[in-house]
Design a protein around this ligand. Structure first.
Ligand code: 5GP
Ligand code: ZN
Length: 115
């Protein structure tokens, strides 16, 4: 998608602080962090959201996403104290970028329930 901000990051048209890149996945620090560590993990092909069939019919991609989450949370030292993985979907969840992304949030105590 030409005008999608995350597709533009993948094409390196917009700079980002990248923490991991694999064949199918890119991860980078959120520009507006909500926690001391706030990383976004995204598929490198445009997938609209977590309900998109392009996700549920691509087992190699889902495997790579979860491998990336496990590697990043180890590498960035989030695993021991704990962290949260968030996917916002739709208006009620406050989704603003319509390219699937997994928020990894850590480095502080996180309250529950979310707002
Ligand atoms: P959502 O609200 O859709 O779940 O999350 C979108 C996230 O993308 C937000 O946390 C926002 O700060 C982040 N974001 C939006 N534009 C950019 C950008 O250009 N670069 C980076 N690194 N993050 C962005
Ligand atoms: Zn996109």
């Amino acid at each position: 998608m030409t005008d999608c901000v995350f597709c533009r990051i993948i094409r390196r048209e917009i700079p980002a602080n990248i923490v991991l890149e694999t064949e199918k996945v890119l991860a980078f620090h959120d520009i507006n962090p909500e926690a001391p560590t706030h990383v976004l993990v995204i598929p490198k092909k445009h997938i609209a959201n977590i309900r998109d069939e392009k996700l549920s019919t691509d087992p190699d991609l889902t495997t790579e996403i979860f491998q990336a989450i496990q590697k990043i949370t180890s590498d960035l030292g989030l695993a021991e104290d704990g962290f949260r993985v968030v996917v916002n979907c739709g208006e009620n969840a406050g989704e603003t970028v319509h390219h699937l992304h997994f928020h990894l949030l850590g480095g502080r105590e996180l309250t529950w329930p979310p707002g």
